[in-house]
Every structure is written in C-alpha cells, then in structure tokens.
Design a protein around this ligand. Structure first.
Ligand SMILES: NC(=O)c1ccc[n+]([C@@H]2O[C@H](COP(=O)([O-])OP(=O)(O)OC[C@H]3O[C@@H](n4cnc5c(N)ncnc54)[C@H](OP(=O)(O)O)[C@@H]3O)[C@@H](O)[C@H]2O)c1
Length: 218
C-alpha cells in the first residue's frame, strides 16, 4: 500500500513514516527539507515541498506521475501563539495558509491519485474544537484548525460517491517540537492514528476522533 505523509521530516510525521516502513508499507515522505533521520529510513522522500504554495504542490503532483495513493495523511502543520493582547494578523493568516488551506490544497491536487477505497487523514487538533474551547486565546491556531476540521467534513461528504473516506484526527498532546516536548510519546500517538485510519470506512467517514479512539465534539 502506498501512503503519503506530509510534514515527514520530524515529529508525528516522521514517526508515521517510521512505523509505516516497519509495517512494510510503501511510504512517500513529503517535506520542505529532509532530516538525517528521515534519510536514514530509506523511504521515498519528496523534499522542497511547501504546502502553502500552489507551485510547490503542483511540483509534487508532477513528481508522483499519477501513481495511486492508498492513504493520504495531511500531517504538516504549524503552531504560533496569538493572544488578544498581541494579535498578529500575519501570523493568523500564515497559520490558515498552512493548517487549513495547505491540507486542502494538497488533497485537491492529489485527488487524481486517490481511487475508490483510498483514505484521507486530516491531522487537526482538539484546539480547533469550538465545543471544547474552555480556555480561549490561540486565535491563529484554533481558527485554522477549526477550518481544517470543516474542510475534512466537507471532503468526507463530497468524496463519499468516489468511495474515499476521510478521518479528522486529533493526535493527543504529543511530545514533539511543537509542544516543547511535553505530552505523550510520539510512538503512542502514531499507533492510535494508524488504528483510526485502519478502522476508517465510508460509514464512519467524517468523524472527529482523538487518536485514542474517543469521538470528539466539534
Ligand atoms: N504535538 C501535539 O501535541 C499536537 C496536538 C494537536 C495537533 N497536532 C498537529 O499534528 C501535526 C504534526 O505536529 P507535530 O507535533 O509533529 O509538530 P512539529 O514537530 O512542529 O512538525 C510540524 C511539521 O509540519 C511541517 N510544516 C510546517 N509548515 C509547513 C509548510 N508550510 N509546508 C510543509 N510542511 C510544513 C514541518 O516542517 P519543517 O520542519 O519544514 O518546519 C514539520 O515537518 C500538526 O498538524 C499539528 O498541528 C500536534
């Protein structure tokens, strides 16, 4: 099975590539720039791809030459702090470009590579849940992840006739660069993400899950 992962050079994306490689899957690791760890995995690395750029994503499509993708994991994302006292609209805009539009841009561009039975995973965040927002703040990240979750839900509906299922996944609070390495081990989160993708089908497509299997409120 061919599985494409964005944001593959570090964090959750790298761990996804590592576990998938151990499972003998064919991995396409997409990143802006590779890392020595990713190079050592000996999977297909497509570097130089910025998901916020149309031209960059078009370049990825060209490189893949129409090859079938069984699972597309839209993992790449960014986190910047934005508080009401210090709103930075450029930062909010940038988080939208990457977190919300980046994942949609990649998905739309790769639709010809997705066939009946293919699956898409959107790595969103519980911080994009409106119902779960009890602490405020984080305007750019929360808004962009709420938008990503909404894109995932529309994709689930629009792609059902093509028999492509979409999961909207929160990885948990995971120890990566994004969290300054506080949270659960990345291996545990990725095991959960891969289980959710395994259990994803056309009936449960469009559900918002925690990697641990709990269904989350919008
Ligand atoms: N860690 C958590 O607790 C947590 C919780 C909820 C959701 N998430 C989500 O999980 C995903 C992975 O996060 P992580 O914890 O692994 O974070 P991370 O270690 O900061 O990794 C982020 C990845 O996204 C890539 N990326 C950022 N901007 C990009 C762009 N414009 N084009 C292409 N790639 C880009 C980064 O590449 P560069 O190295 O080139 O920057 C990196 O590979 C993200 O979507 C994040 O929002 C994480």
């Amino acid at each position: 099975m061919t599985i494409l992962v964005t944001g593959a050079n570090r964090g959750i994306g790298y761990e996804l590539c590592q576990q998938l490689k151990e499972m003998n899957e064919t991995v396409i690791a997409v990143c802006r720039s590779s890392s020595s760890e990713l190079d050592d995995l000996k999977v297909q690395v497509e570097s130089g791809i910025d998901i916020s750029s149309d031209a960059s994503v078009a370049n990825l499509v060209q490189r893949l030459q129409g090859g079938t993708i069984a699972v597309l994991i839209n993992n790449a994302g960014m986190f910047q702090q934005t508080t009401l006292e210090d709103l930075n609209f450029d930062s909010i805009r940038q988080q939208f470009e990457v977190n919300a539009m980046g994942a949609l841009r990649v998905t739309e561009a790769l639709l010809p590579n997705l066939k009946a039975g293919s699956k898409i995973a959107m790595i969103t965040s519980r911080m994009g849940s409106i119902a779960d927002n009890t602490s405020g703040g984080y305007y750019g990240y929360r808004m962009s992840k709420a938008a990503l979750s909404m894109a995932g839900k529309s994709l689930a509906i629009d792609l059902k006739p093509r028999q492509i299922a979409v999961a909207i996944l929160h990885p948990g609070m995971v120890s990566t660069d994004m969290t300054n390495h506080s949270g659960i081990p990345v291996a545990e989160s990725v095991q959960g993400i891969l289980q959710r993708i395994e259990q994803l089908n056309l009936q449960n497509s469009g559900t918002f899950w925690h990697a641990n299997g709990e269904e989350l409120p919008w």
